[in-house]
Design a protein around this ligand. Sequence first.
Ligand code: DAH
Length: 327
Amino acid sequence: MRDAALAALDAATDAAALEAWRVAHLGRSGALTKLLRGLAQLPAEERPAAGAAANAAKALLEERLAEKQAALEGTRLGQLAADAIDISLPGRPVAPGRYHPSTMILREITDIFRGMGFQIAEGPEVEWERYNFDMLNIPRDHPARDMFDTFWVDANRDADGGFTTLLRTHTSPMQARIMEAHDPPIRVVVPGKCYRYEATDATHESQFHQVEGLAVDKGITFANLKHTLFEFTRQMFGPERKVRFRCDYFPFVEPGVDMSVEWNGRWVEILGAGMVHPNVLRAVGYDPEEYTGFAFGMGPERIAMLKYGITDIRLFLNNDLRFLQQF
Ligand code: DAH
């Protein structure tokens, strides 16, 4: 009986198995207990030897059980200790991240126009030549195409083998897309990325943002354009900042202007603008006798450079944390 119990004890490897073993072998209705109770039925001369043997077996089983329990407890404590987390240690700092200065300035710009009743729209960066140029009064043979150094995308060709898709060189193609899809009145600003195939330097990047603006309705005049852009600069740069309009040429407006803000005694150009050209209105099926509109396109990186005193536009894209963490 003792040997059978010891063999069974060897096989018990967890606390539940040990307890089951204890009940079976040492418990009140266990085999050994019954045997000890039965000693009284033995002849008197056999009782001492049988009693001693049974008690020795019981003591041995109790001892082995205690050893096994202790060993098991030891491994459990060891495991607990190994798994323990020291909650008194200081935590590792979490870097919360932050907005890119381009994102911040885009939001600031679009918020100002939202406050003036403009909607926000976005459009594709890979664009059809037709929207980027033709519908903006820049046909294929027009010299103004030279204003835009274009990254062509070899995805579609026309009958002559010429590219018809490109990385948009400005956000202006969204003017045509929006007017094509909606009837006036329109008041919308379009933030987005633009691309130009040009050598980079401190003031030129081949990738940059623009924010386009468009308002079309009956009776829109140049005075509305001037007021809107003066109000914008007042909110963006403060009411004391000097700004100026000058005549400028863009094929999709007539008349066309550019706007500069005075900065450290210099005039810095921040946008182009004008009254939407009748040809642009016609291209989207609007009647220029009925509707007029103004449009503008600004460079948010330029504006951020003025506001934050950034001297090199390339900093916006080279992901130097020493720069980005200042915002
Ligand atoms: N798209 C022009 C550019 O990238 C900027 C511009 C000028 C946009 C005049 C306009 C505008 O909407 O009316 O140089």
